[in-house]
Write a protein that binds this ligand. Structure first.
Ligand code: 4NP
Length: 157
């Protein structure tokens, strides 16, 4: 099983959206048994909460379900449990590198490193409006495709 963890600050906007977009693609390709997904936040404010309603609304427009997801905080155990840990912005990535045990052999990078369409950061939409959530999904869709292509070729799936 290849395990992928998506990480942002609150785990209610960007990383659950990334998880939902990616797991939808994984399911459509029949790879649920080979690729596992989860998401987490570096912050603790929203632990136990469902995704932001604005993220759920935009996900619905793409036919993507995410109401089942609940926020949790990243732990050092995650570095033992996940092969790929992907931050949404440079601040998430810096936090991940701070938490990362020396022994961790997995992949830690930005989500958009897997996109041909864009590189850099997925901006935090929390203080924005629906158009900011729309922009998040438009960045996530090609990145999820690129990530799945990478995992399929790297792990012969
Ligand atoms: P996320 O967005 O990191 O994409 O989930 C945020 C959600 C909540 C907060 C910040 C960012 N907050 O400060 O509560």
């Amino acid at each position: 099983m290849v395990r992928v963890l998506f990480v942002c600050l609150g785990n209610i906007c960007r990383s659950p959206s990334a998880e939902a977009v990616f797991r939808d693609l994984v399911a459509r390709e029949g790879l649920e048994g080979q690729i596992g997904t989860d998401s987490a936040g570096t912050g603790a404010w929203h632990i136990g909460n469902p995704p932001d309603p604005r993220a759920q609304q935009v996900a619905g427009r793409y036919g993507i379900a995410m109401a089942d997801l609940r926020a949790r905080q990243v732990t050092t155990r995650d570095f033992a449990d996940f092969d790929y840990i992907l931050g949404m912005d440079n601040s998430n990535l810096a936090n991940l590198h701070r938490l990362r045990p020396e022994s961790h052999a997995g992949h830690v990078s930005l989500m958009l490193d897997f996109s041909d369409a864009a590189d850099g950061e997925i901006p935090d939409p929390y203080y924005g409006d629906l158009s900011d959530y729309e922009a998040v999904f438009e960045l996530l869709l090609p990145a999820a495709r690129g990530l799945l292509d990478h995992i399929r070729s790297t792990h012969n799936l």
